[in-house]
Design a protein around this ligand. Structure first.
Ligand code: DX5
Ligand code: ZN
Length: 218
């Protein structure tokens, strides 16, 4: 199981120290939520912030773009140091082109899907993506409750992955907690994105242990 801590829940006055804490906890991925105030009603990080933390960390920058026009920014985020770029299926009709840009730069490419978007919309891209990010909440804010119906969506995409032999990793983002991590893992998640469940706790190593304390390690 991969755990990708979401920087959105970290102390914004000391990102470098916060990143060191999760590196010390043994984590390899760092989830970076990019918001534009249009696709979601909130603002967060731009490429300049990635560039700043890039020089301080070797973690895999798992960059989640919640922006209305990803085509305008994908290259800037790659240049700033993103390792994986995930865009929302709801935002772009230029997905193959964005995929090609990422692959041309040897970066991972993912698609994210919000809770009310039909999963069928993903069908034609499933064979090319590295990450399928299934939102457990409506995107825009950390600290929300996981929407229970999403468990079925994870299961459905895990079955499709298995039966069709696809390679995508299933990442689950939003509302992941110590209480539901095992169910989410058993449903088929490969990556647990966790903001408040990690940065909301004083001891980040303990928080990661508690998150994985069920039988979630595959
Ligand atoms: C929400 C973001 C999530 C968020 C998760 O739009 O995509 O990554 O930070 O936060 P928690 O784990 O607190 O729900
Ligand atoms: Zn996210």
């Amino acid at each position: 199981m991969i755990v990708s801590p979401s920087l959105l829940a970290a102390d914004s006055g000391k990102y470098s120290e916060e990143i060191k804490e999760v590196e010390k906890a043994g984590l390899k991925y760092l989830h970076i939520d990019v918001m534009d105030g249009h696709f979601v009603p909130n603002l967060s990080f731009g490429p300049n912030i990635l560039e700043g933390i890039r020089s301080k960390s070797k973690m895999i920058f798992d960059t989640h773009l919640m922006i209305a026009n990803p085509s305008d920014f994908v290259e800037a985020f790659i240049k700033a140091g993103a390792d994986i770029i995930t865009i929302h299926i709801e935002t772009s009709d230029d997905i193959y082109n964005l995929y090609n840009i990422c692959k041309g730069n040897k970066k991972g490419f993912g698609l994210a899907v919000s809770p009310d978007t039909p999963l069928e919309n993903l069908n034609r891209y499933l064979k090319i993506i590295d990450i399928l990010l299934i939102m457990g909440i409506q995107p825009g804010f950390g600290g929300q409750e996981f929407i229970p119906k999403v468990l079925e969506r994870i299961k459905e995409m895990a079955v499709i992955k298995k039966t069709s032999n696809f390679n995508y990793l299933i990442s689950v983002d939003g509302g992941v907690s110590e209480e539901n991590a095992t169910d989410i893992a058993l449903a088929g998640a490969d990556i647990l994105v966790a903001g408040s469940a990690i940065f909301g706790k004083a001891d980040r190593s303990e928080a990661v242990k508690s998150l994985l304390s069920g039988n979630v390690i595959k």
